[in-house]
Write a protein that binds this ligand. Structure first.
Ligand code: DOR
Length: 452
């Protein structure tokens, strides 16, 4: 196979035909073949004239739609390459059906300077999915001096967050929101008030009491959601709320949207599939921040997706080495893998379990996150990222995923492309699988296997 890369977009030059699938187009799901030439969708229909040299990939019984976009990926490079690198994280993303991810800034050094951000973007440019960057809001994520937001925005950074922790000082948050508004970029918050959380490592409630682990109440998240919504309303700023996990947060965002506040929100699959009862095992694989919650919060997150309060599924993919996850529960770092299980979990819980349509699944996993990240057609994309999240149409860049809704598979963390194996779903049978992923016309995953 010969793939020639163009200098600017790295479009695949080899013609590709995706045959036999149900294709997600402007007019809904239609049974069609998709022709891709030089990285662009050139025809959709039945009985297409395929160029003799075209590579044919089988999509029989599958859905062909826009590649997924993850708003929340911890790639760990630079600083913790033993847990993940940009290359391994991007491969895990491609295997999970993603054609673009947003890398979180809590690396070492922190993504708070043009030098480090450019290094991550450069490594991302040669990996198996497109890598955008969320820049830190404050220098070193220390919550004090603002990072060079304007300089990073010039590099194409659209989201700014101190993720891993919330901005504790309301005055700093207000100034940063105002600055982001002026630059047309988005302030994204990890909502956790440290004073209220008081060092809690699990949700405060029945299980923290039974297990004797320090808990943090739901209000630690909700207080910061409320603060930021008030600030965003006052300033007319755009706000994105990361990994929401409580019923109160969903209610606040629902009211804020009804009141016209420019807010978007994401939630992670573990917050709509797992409860804090899993902590009975004392296994730190279930330790995550924000913590797993009781079932009524889980149900509220699901409802938030169904009524559009929550815009996007975001993985919060957080690789950690076995050595660190094997530490005693309160010393182990929070976080769990997400990229390679997100689609199946979303399909099972929201589509099979809560009657979300497949079209809506693509909205929350592709179209909405692409728009929030500025990776859609109208986004700034100055670093040469191509448009993501578009329904399949002639003329679009072929960033596509082919999903098999009938397939089942069993989670085996040791076989993941991710360097780490800290999945809370080990051994679980999943419904729905990624069959192929196509990046700029190049099949980077074929029959569930990464091609590079
Ligand atoms: O569980 C988490 N892990 N939550 C975060 O906010 C950070 C993340 C990490 O970087 O490991």
């Amino acid at each position: 196979m010969t793939i020639i890369q163009t200098a600017r977009y790295g479009m695949a030059q080899e013609a590709l035909a995706i045959v036999g699938g149900n294709v997600l187009t402007q007019t809904g799901l239609i049974r069609a073949d998709v022709m891709v030439e030089e990285g662009i969708v050139t025809a959709i229909g039945l009985d297409l004239d395929l160029p003799v040299a075209a590579k044919v990939i089988n999509a029989a019984g599958c859905v062909v739609g826009p590649g997924f976009v993850d708003l929340h990926t911890h790639l760990r490079e630079p600083g913790k390459e033993q847990a993940e690198t940009i290359a391994t994280g991007a491969r895990a993303a491609a295997l999970g059906g993603y054609t673009a991810v947003v890398a979180m800034p809590n690396t070492d050094p922190v993504l708070d300077s043009a030098f480090v951000v450019r290094a991550v973007l450069d490594l991302g440019a040669v990996s198996t999915c497109e890598v955008a960057v969320a820049g830190a809001i404050t220098v070193g994520r220390q919550g004090e001096a603002l990072s060079p937001i304007a300089e990073l925005a010039k590099l194409g950074v659209q989201l700014f967050t101190d993720d891993g922790s919330g901005v504790q000082h309301g005055g700093v948050a207000r100034r940063a929101l105002d600055y982001c508004r002026g630059l047309g970029v988005t302030y994204a918050e990890h909502c956790e008030d440290n004073a209220i959380a008081a060092g809690g490592v699990v949700h405060e409630g029945e299980w923290s009491a039974k297990l004797g682990l320090p808990g943090q109440p739901a209000s630690a998240e909700e207080a910061m959601v409320a603060r930021d919504l008030l600030l965003a309303r006052e300033l007319g700023a755009r706000l994105h709320l990361l990994h929401l996990s409580t019923q109160g947060s969903v209610d606040l965002v629902r009211q804020a949207k009804a009141a016209g506040i420019k807010v978007t929100a994401e939630a992670a699959p573990h917050h709509f599939t797992l409860t804090d009862a899993t902590l009975q095992s004392y296994d730190a694989v279930f330790k995550v921040n924000p913590p797993l919650r009781p079932d009524h919060h889980v149900q509220a997150i699901i409802q938030g997706f169904l009524d559009g309060t929550i815009d996007a599924v975001a993985t919060d993919h957080a690789p950690h080495t076995k050595e660190t996850k094997d530490l005693p529960f309160d010393e182990a770092p929070p976080g769990m893998l997400g990229l390679e299980t997100a689609f199946s979990l979303t399909y099972e819980r929201l589509v099979l379990g809560a009657k979300m349509s497949i079209e809506q699944l693509f909205q929350v996993m592709s179209t909405n996150p692409a728009r929030i990240a500025g990776l859609d057609r109208s986004g700034a994309r100055p670093y040469g990222h191509t448009p993501h999240g578009e329904l399949v149409a002639v003329g679009n860049v072929a960033n596509l995923v082919v999903v098999d809704l009938d397939a089942t598979w069993t989670v085996d963390g040791s076989s993941f492309a991710s360097l780490a194996a800290n999945t809370p779903y080990e051994g679980r049978v999943m419904h729905g699988a990624i069959r192929h992923t196509v990046l700029r016309g190049e099949p980077v995953v074929l029959e569930g296997v990464a091609t590079r």
